[in-house]
Ligand binder design. Structure first.
Ligand code: ARG
Length: 272
C-alpha cells in the first residue's frame, strides 16, 4: 500500500472522529454520578417564555420562575443536588448540552424526530398548539393562512415555529428573531403583522397587552411538538431518572398546576 493511501486513510478516520466525537461511544454513562459529584445540576433555558420560564421580581430580586423551573427543581430534588439555571437565547439551548455547558435543558422544547437524532428526550409533559398572534385591530383582516401572503410573520429563532410558519403560511415572509420581547414589540409597532407562538405563551401576551389578540387562523399541530426535557444523547441513566419525575408530576396533576400558577403570576398586575 502506498504511504499516501495510508495517510489519507488516517486523515479520514481522524476527521470522522472529529465529526462524531468518536471514542466517546465506549465511554460509560456516568451522567447521574457526575451530577451528584458536582452537587449541582445546570439547566439551560431561555426565560422569555411565560408561563414556562420567565423573569420576575421575587423579594426585589430578578428571579427565573415558571412551570419548567418547578420541573427542574423536582428533578434536582430527586437527584439530591442544587439546581442552577443558565439563561441563554433559545437557539443555543440545545447546543449547550452538546458542549457540556448544561446537564439538561428544560425550555418548552418540542421533542421532534429531528431533534431526537441528536439528543435524548424525556417523556412529553405538555401538549402544545400553535396559534397566530395579531393586533386586535387586524383580527378581521387576517382570518386564514393566505391572509398573510406577502406580509411579515415573526417566529423565535431556532424554534419549531420557524418551520411551522414557513410550511403553513407559505406566502408570508417569515422573520426569525432571537428575543420574544423584541418580536412582540415589532408586532405592536407594525414592523411585522403576525407572530406564531404556542397557545399559552400567546395567551399570556394577550393578557398583558390590550392591543393584541389570537387570530382565527388555524394551524395544523403535530403530536411530536409536545414539550419534553432534553438531555445529552445516550445519557440513559439520567433520562430514566428524569422520566420518573416527569411521570410522577404528570400523574399527580402537578404539571397542570405549575402551568396555571405560573400563568397567574405572569399575568398579575406586578408583571404588567
Ligand atoms: N416549543 C418550541 C420549540 O421547541 C418553542 C420553544 C421556545 N422556548 C423558549 N423558552 N423560548 O421549538
Amino acid at each position: 500500500m502506498k504511504l499516501s493511501k495510508v495517510f489519507g486513510g488516517l486523515v479520514l478516520v481522524a476527521s470522522a472522529c472529529l465529526l462524531t466525537a468518536c471514542g466517546s461511544s465506549d465511554k460509560k454513562d456516568t451522567s447521574v454520578s457526575d451530577i451528584k459529584d458536582k452537587g449541582t445540576m445546570v439547566v439551560a433555558l431561555n426565560p422569555e417564555f411565560a408561563p414556562f420560564e420567565f423573569k420576575t421580581l421575587v423579594d426585589g430580586k430578578d428571579t427565573i420562575v415558571g412551570a419548567d423551573v418547578k420541573i427542574a427543581e423536582a428533578i434536582g430534588e430527586e437527584l439530591g443536588v442544587k439546581v442552577k439555571f443558565s439563561s441563554m437565547s433559545f437557539n443555543n439551548v440545545l447546543a449547550s448540552l452538546q458542549s457540556g455547558k448544561a446537564d439538561i435543558a428544560i425550555s418548552g422544547i418540542s421533542a421532534t424526530p429531528e431533534r431526537k437524532k441528536a439528543y435524548n428526550f424525556s417523556e412529553p409533559y405538555y401538549e402544545s398548539e400553535n396559534v397566530v398572534l395579531v393586533k386586535k385591530t387586524d383580527l378581521d383582516k387576517y382570518t386564514k393562512t393566505t391572509s398573510l401572503d406577502g406580509l411579515s410573520v415573526g417566529t423565535q429563532k431556532g424554534t419549531i415555529q420557524e418551520t411551522v410558519a414557513s410550511e403553513q403560511l407559505k406566502g408570508a415572509k417569515v422573520v426569525a428573531l432571537t428575543q420574544n420581547g423584541e418580536m412582540i414589540n415589532e408586532l405592536k409597532n407594525g414592523q411585522i403583522q403576525a407572530v406564531v407562538l404556542e397557545k399559552p405563551i400567546a395567551e399570556g401576551y394577550v393578557a398583558n397587552n390590550d392591543d393584541l389578540t389570537i387570530s382565527n387562523i388555524t394551524l395544523k399541530n403535530d403530536d411530536a411538538d409536545a414539550y419534553a426535557v432534553a438531555l445529552p444523547k445516550d445519557d440513559d441513566k439520567l433520562t430514566k431518572k428524569v422520566n420518573k419525575v416527569i411521570n410522577e408530576l404528570k400523574d399527580s396533576g402537578k404539571i397542570d398546576q405549575f402551568v396555571q400558577d405560573a400563568y397567574a403570576l405572569s399575568t398579575s398586575d406586578s408583571n404588567n
